[in-house]
Ligand binder design. Structure first.
Ligand SMILES: Nc1ncnc2c1ncn2[C@@H]1O[C@H](COP(=O)(O)OP(=O)(O)OP(=O)(O)O)[C@@H](O)[C@H]1O
Length: 291
């Protein structure tokens, strides 16, 4: 396989998506040239940020391969955002939102080829209450689901579905959101407010007919009704946006406040319940290998 770098750090989340990573590790070993200095780091879920920072100083990798889900990609983005190495994603999580946005295949062999390849895309990130957001963050019902899911011992989609049932029955939704952007100020009610750092919404015909992929903007989506299937389809970019169902605001920075504490999540990680979120776009934070 052709690639220019010699130092590759592979960060493996052993538990993500309930997938055995050993075959993936063997495939990566088989895909790189003999000259490649290949280092592996398995996340522990504790102090990974600190250890990876030390590894960065030690190894100074040209490329980092992430074998995990959104949470692991985010960990890498936070650790290495100032060093700007190329990041290759081999999607192995129960949620692989950023990989899906970038059309990185779930097939391991194909993903490894792309992760080691030389086609790149710069990706914007969001600064959300001083945390890094790469894909979708939200206040409301989805964050409630994620909170329940993260407290459970069951991993994977099936666990997600099982745990969603009690949450949907006990929800405090709808919530009142006060949204202040650089351009506008409004109050609205919904079951969920999402911050989406995905070009799907920015380039969609209804949201922004003239939008470009790297326009340095993000979207606030306020979902009005509890229709989980439709919400998921919209977040996956599979259906046109119906303004009666979802309100969309495109901006570069916003503050959202609520009347009561609302569960909050950033890229699939629960952040407890909060009443105020500040969000700003950070253009071109990451360089990711794509197909
Ligand atoms: N060795 C480990 N043991 C337990 N937890 C770990 C370990 N390594 C990483 N983690 C946890 O895994 C989470 C990130 O998982 P990631 O998003 O990559 O995969 P996922 O299957 O999509 O995860 P999730 O289902 O929790 O969203 C973080 O919460 C991190 O603390």
């Amino acid at each position: 396989m052709e690639h220019l770098e010699t130092k590759i750090l592979v960060v493996v989340n052993p538990i993500s998506g309930d997938i055995n990573k050993e075959p993936v590790i063997q495939k990566i070993k088989g895909a790189v040239s003999k000259k490649t200095d290949l280092k592996f780091y398995k996340t522990t879920g504790r102090e990974d940020y600190k250890t990876l920072k030390e590894l960065q100083a030690d190894v100074q990798p040209d490329r980092i391969l992430v074998v995990g889900g959104d949470g692991t990609v985010k960990l890498i983005a936070e650790c290495f955002k100032n060093n700007n190495p190329t990041i290759g994603i081999i999607p192995c999580g129960s949620s692989n939102g950023l990989a899906t946005d970038l059309a990185i295949p779930s097939n391991v062999d194909e993903a490894i080829q792309i992760a080691l390849g030389n086609t790149f895309q710069n990706v914007d990130s969001l600064c959300i209450n001083n945390s890094l957001g790469l894909h979708i963050s939200d206040l409301g019902i989805n964050a409630e689901l994620i909170e329940h899911y993260s407290n459970s011992t069951v991993r994977g989609h099936f666990g997600y579905a099982l745990n969603s049932i009690p949450t949907l029955l006990n929800t405090n939704a709808p919530y009142k959101f006060h949204i202040k952007t650089e351009e506008n100020e409004l109050s609205t009610t919904g079951i969920m407010l999402a911050f989406a750092n995905s070009n799907k919404f920015g380039t969609g015909a209804i949201v922004n007919p003239t939008g470009k992929i790297d326009d340095g903007k993000f979207e606030i989506l306020v979902f009005k009704k509890l229709d989980v299937a439709n919400i998921i389809k919209i977040l996956l970019g599979e259906v046109q946006l119906d303004p009666n169902f979802v309100e969309v605001i495109q901006t570069t920075g916003a503050t959202v406040t609520t009347d009561k504490p609302v569960p909050f999540q950033v890229d699939g990680e629960p952040y407890g319940s909060i009443q105020s979120v500040e969000v700003a776009i950070q253009p071109n934070t990451l360089k990711i290998a794509v197909g």
